[in-house]
Design a protein around this ligand. Sequence first.
Ligand code: KG4
Ligand code: ZN
Length: 349
Amino acid sequence: MRVLGIESSCDETAAAIVSDKKELLSSVVFSQAEHQIFGGVVPEIAARAHLQQVGVIVKAALDQAGLTFKDLDAVAASSGPGLIGGVIVGVMTAKAIAAVHNLPFIAVNHLEAHALTARLTQNVPFPYLLLLTSGGHCQILIAQGIGKFKRLGATVDDAAGEAFDKAAKMMGLGYPGGPKIEQYALSGDENRFELPRPMVGKPGCDLSFSGLKTAVRHIIEGFSPDGTIENAVLSEQDKADLCACFQKAVLDSLCSRLKNGIKLFKKQCPQGTHLVVAGGVAANKALRQALEKLVERYKLTFAAAPMNLCTDNGAMVAWAGMERCQAGLFDPLDFSPRPRWPLDPSAKR
Ligand code: KG4
Ligand code: ZN
């Protein structure tokens, strides 16, 4: 069986084809560069760019796999949550392909696609503990099965990726901020600046990053003759040190909240074996190393998708489509794209 997956919920236009034997037959990702000068994604520009690219990218995915539409068994699209203009482009494209070629359509939850990617590349059985950390979301959940997630905690303000992006923007490092901060942090002193560790020591699994962002702002303002962030002058070493301190604070916070998550997971799912990290921030090597160390203490196995499948891509959508396809979960062609689509609808916030 082969499933085509289309991703267009943020600033990547992507398509990929996977088989039921877990073969990634093709994967094409087009990252929109138009947003860089704005330091963040502009929804209307993103939607237009998706519209321009989606046909080319789908064709490229078919060509790379040496297949035609006739060789497919289903077509899946990221159908939310996300920037709705872009989501509509991907969903309508997938529906059109499904209608013309008489294929089933699968509406994939973008967050579930991140959550399931580790199962494409590794053998990760349900239930597993999941840290889902991207530009728009930061949550700790128990993945119980396809379409079944129990949320243990979530950020009360910014997502971790958003904090990386905002901190990078304040230091003038460009967008997306995560990879830039990770790079600078390699040559920085993580003890030079004192930064808060939000939520650490408190019960539960909720997270918070906006206080950390404000603390970074105050440090940058200290480098300005008139106290404004615009006139701050930081040397390359100052930036590296601040990036190292910031990254360490985020990692400490995530690990501390996950410790509580692991205890809950062990209590609720004693048969569970894995901690999975997913979403764009999961591409951060320092985070992966910190989590590997953390799980050792609790006798769990660490799993994550390969780096190139952590940030948005078509393979994660195709694989989530495949898992749903195998479970017989298809969607009608009048499915409405969803700007909001929580993994655990019973969670309060
Ligand atoms: O999952 P994703 O591609 O898009 C969303 O669904 O949000 O995640 C993008 C986020 C951005 O905030 C980006 O700065 C962050 O992931 N990111 C990273 C790294 N690579 C991407 N954050 C920290 N370290 C990285 N290496
Ligand atoms: Zn994403």
